[in-house]
Write a protein that binds this ligand. Structure first.
Ligand SMILES: [Zn+2]
Ligand SMILES: [Zn+2]
Length: 171
């Protein structure tokens, strides 16, 4: 996603942009037409510009317990320096910054948006907080009802299979 620097100068206040997951190449994480809403505030510091804000979207991922599709609203933080010239006190390892070429009118912040969305995905994805998962014996989806197995003893062989399947699916 490219932002026009001319848009950012002048008027104060935050800017809102809208993209889709497929615009960002993130269709693997959900519905390709799902809206990605970006809000940016700007602060000028001399010739430099500091952008901060958030990126919000809804991803569709597979539940870590039952493997069903889980709708997951995520909100990622954004922070980016646009610099007129190198600033030695700003470490590119610690913050995102772009040194603008003379006369540059546009910056592409797609990489920043993608990284921020991915960082906002929780370590455990659940279709709902009380998801009952799959039966460790027969693999039945326990959200659909009991399967009839005696699950007093947890057999973790099945959860190992679930993990392998998730790895194969790239989650
Ligand atoms: Zn689930
Ligand atoms: Zn069962």
């Amino acid at each position: 996603m490219k932002i026009n620097l001319g848009d950012l100068q002048g008027e104060s206040g935050s800017r809102c942009y809208q993209e889709t997951l497929s615009d960002l190449g993130l269709e693997a994480l959900g519905d390709s037409s799902a809206a990605v809403v970006i809000n940016l505030d700007r602060r000028e510091q001399g010739d430099d510009l500091f952008l901060s804000g958030k990126v919000c979207t809804t991803l569709t991922l597979s539940c870590d317990r039952c493997l069903a599709a889980a709708q997951l609203p995520v909100e990622g933080k954004l922070a980016l320096w646009l610099l007129a010239a190198e600033r030695p006190e700003l470490d590119p390892e610690e913050q995102d910054l772009i040194v603008l070429a003379p006369g540059q009118r546009e910056v592409d912040i797609s990489g920043l948006l993608i990284e921020s969305i991915k960082l906002a995905i929780p370590p455990k994805v659940l279709c709902r907080t009380d998801c009952r998962g799959l039966c460790p014996n027969c693999g039945a989806d326990l959200n659909q009802g009991q399967c009839g197995c005696d699950n007093m003893e947890i057999d973790d062989r099945w959860s190992a299979l679930v993990e392998i399947r998730q790895e194969l699916e790239g989650n």
